[in-house]
Design a protein around this ligand. Structure first.
Ligand code: UGA
Length: 445
């Protein structure tokens, strides 16, 4: 099948590369000429395990191409994904300007009946706006081509994007109920990912759009709830990690996404929460749980910084804190809305110097932290420890999982370890002579 993907960011690039890998001829476009140049050379602009191999295979086979040219993109295929960004607007709503401008560009050039698939995360009703934007252009040109619009939200996680795309739990597809042509296209396109059991959930377009927000917001609420329980556990001398195992063993609850920590970040949960809260309140529903989840998370992102400041009696002048992890989670270089930024700000404000290391996010963090004096970004975990009083672990990278605690005890002047992701066994840390502080773990030992 020939497929066009508009937008070569996270979602568009992974979608395009993976669909080329299963035999389709895919043309990905983006307005960023620099990015397209790099992609043509096989250079991946983001840190995403395995994506380079898939892109290289597509390029070598001639099935994956990149362009900045809309005319070429529209001429290429009768199936076009829109996978452009929907950042938060000032009021929290999703900014649809990129999505609608992509729709207009399509309408301006369409030379045949086309299926437009909205993959960007968009509020309920956006597909209707996309259809209207395309049709307006078609009418202005006086051409008779038909456009059908489908919603096919993406559920891939950063750091596991290729794996998630290739082995999806579910493929949500919203179409008009009688759009059998669109359904056939989806069945054919997703057949390679749909072998052992049926993973496509066909539904109406609005429900598909909503399913994406419902999933992300439910997970966000769940994490905030665990964080709230963890903070209570700290007061009650309970170990949230033991509670997590006990609670997660109930199949109605399940063990995933129950990890208390330094709060959630990234480009999706915070943005999608804001957008659904906005939609909800605009519709006259108060969004109480989602608001609470958002507030709990804003507090949680600051919590580790506050714990460190409190440990040193409110004053950190002359102290150096080592930070392991800047990315909002492991296996990505993404620092958007990362807890590390809030923690660094709290530490700097209390007078500390920070030495921070991340295996992938040093460059992105340098941009995000520009203008903040007192932070050194260093090239290794060991370098971060030089002259440090305490260590705070903020991201659950594999290389931070089993440090030599005896060595840490020798290096850290104040011998204290703040575990923002509950990665360590408090007993093992204490045996080495370090003070251990996790999230919701005051009950251990
Ligand atoms: C999330 C969803 O998981 C994907 O299904 C979705 O497609 C994606 O958003 C999106 O909308 O594009 P992502 O933001 O890549 O994916 O990362 P997650 O693995 O979901 O983690 C989000 C945040 O929650 C991270 O900061 C992570 O540290 C935190 N988290 C996750 C916890 O604090 N506790 C947990 O138990 C799980």
């Amino acid at each position: 099948m020939k497929i066009t993907v508009i937008g070569s960011g996270y979602v568009g690039l992974v979608t395009g590369a993976c669909l080329a890998d299963t035999g389709n001829h895919v043309l990905c476009i983006d307005l960023d000429a620099g990015k397209i140049d790099r992609l043509r050379r096989g250079e991946i602009p983001i840190h995403e395990p395995g994506l380079d191999t898939v892109v290289a295979r597509g390029l070598a086979a001639g099935r994956l191409r990149f362009s900045t040219d809309y005319a070429e993109a529209v001429a290429h295929a009768a199936v076009a994904f829109i996978a452009v960004g929907t950042p938060s607007d000032e009021d929290g709503s999703a900014d649809l300007s990129h999505v609608l401008s992509a729709a207009r560009e399509l309408g301006r050039r369409m030379e045949r009946d086309t299926l437009v698939i909205v993959k960007s995360t968009v509020p309920v009703g956006t597909s209707d706006k996309v259809r209207a934007a395309v049709q307006e252009q078609l009418q202005a040109r006086g051409v008779p081509h038909k456009v059908s619009v489908a919603s096919n939200p993406e559920f891939l996680k950063e750091g596991l994007a290729v794996e998630d795309f290739m082995r999806p739990d579910r493929i949500v597809v919203g179409t008009d109920p009688d759009d059998h042509r669109a359904k056939d296209i989806f069945r054919e396109m997703y057949a390679p990912f749909n072998r052992n059991h049926e993973r496509i959930f066909f539904m109406d377009v609005r429900s598909a759009e909503f399913t994406k927000y419902a999933s992300n917001c439910m997970l966000a609420v769940r994490i905030s709830f665990m964080n709230e329980l963890a903070n209570l556990a700290d007061r009650l001398k309970v170990d949230i990690e033991q509670v997590r195992r006990g609670v997660g063993a109930d199949p109605r609850i399940g063990p995933h996404f129950l990890y208390a920590g330094a709060g959630f970040g990234g480009s999706c949960f915070p943005k999608d929460l804001r957008a659904l809260i906005h939609t909800s309140e605009e519709s006259g529903e108060p969004a109480e749980l989602m608001r609470a989840a958002q507030n709990v998370n804003l507090r949680q992102r600051r919590l580790l910084g506050q714990k460190i400041v409190a440990h040193f009696g409110g004053k950190l002048d002359g102290r150096t804190i080592a930070l392991w992890g800047l990315a909002f989670k492991a296996n990505t270089d993404d620092v958007r809305e990362a807890s590390s930024i809030d923690i660094i700000d709290a530490l700097l404000q209390a007078g500390a110097r920070v030495r921070a290391y991340d295996p992938a996010a040093l460059e992105t963090a340098a941009t995000a932290l520009k203008g903040r004096a007192g932070v050194s970004l260093v090239r290794s975990a060991a370098e971060a420890l030089e002259g440090a009083d305490a260590l705070a672990v903020v991201t659950e990278w594999l290389e931070f999982r089993s440090p030599d605690f005896d060595d840490l005890a020798r290096r850290l002047k104040s011998r204290v370890l703040f575990d923002g992701r509950n990665l360590y066994d408090p007993f093992a840390v204490r045996r080495a002579g370090l003070v251990y502080q996790g999230i919701g773990r005051s009950g251990v030992g």
